[in-house]
Design a protein around this ligand. Sequence first.
Ligand SMILES: Cc1cc2nc3c(=O)[nH]c(=O)nc-3n(C[C@H](O)[C@H](O)[C@H](O)COP(=O)(O)O)c2cc1C
Length: 186
Amino acid sequence: MFKNINFAALILINMFKKIFRKADPEELGENFFKLINHDWMLVTAGTSENFNTMTASWGATGILWNKPIAVCFIRPQRYTYEFANREDFYTLSFFDHGHKEILNYCGTHSGRSVNKISKTGLTPIETPNGSISFEQSRLVIECRKLYADFLREEHFLVKKIVDQNYREKDFHKFFIGEITGCYEKT
Ligand SMILES: Cc1cc2nc3c(=O)[nH]c(=O)nc-3n(C[C@H](O)[C@H](O)[C@H](O)COP(=O)(O)O)c2cc1C
């Protein structure tokens, strides 16, 4: 049931389907404008062997190439960026309001220097395709990367956005992922 990763975090294995039920993205009834912007989400990439997670409040869900997709935007200095770049899948995890402090922690500390799992009490759980989310999530979106690229300075049509958001020229890389699984807490 549990897998011990580096003696630092216990990961729930083979438990996902007992805790979450599969949902049709079209039937969700969620407001992703509000969810992403105000509730925030954890972007997690990696496997039970090695993963990292960070808070994100920029992103999107929609339809592209006739598929349900989600997009996240990750600056290259994030430790999570290394995992998102390397792995084929990532997850987006959403929580109820009681977990805001945890999300704030995961958005202000890097997995390079702290163990976010032991610091927050999050319980990693392996999703059906071997990605990682958290037992405390209320909604989990599994994504398979389809397309990734950096935002490019020369392509901004409103230059003020560059001045306001990219003083360090650390342009986000965006990851467009096909939503391969959408799960709600039972
Ligand atoms: C509310 C909130 C939203 C954030 N949104 C993003 C985002 O969309 N993209 C991003 O690259 N960083 C975002 N961050 C910053 C990362 O979460 C933060 O730098 C984190 O410590 C990175 O962790 P890591 O180095 O372990 O990957 C956000 C932080 C907070 C607090």
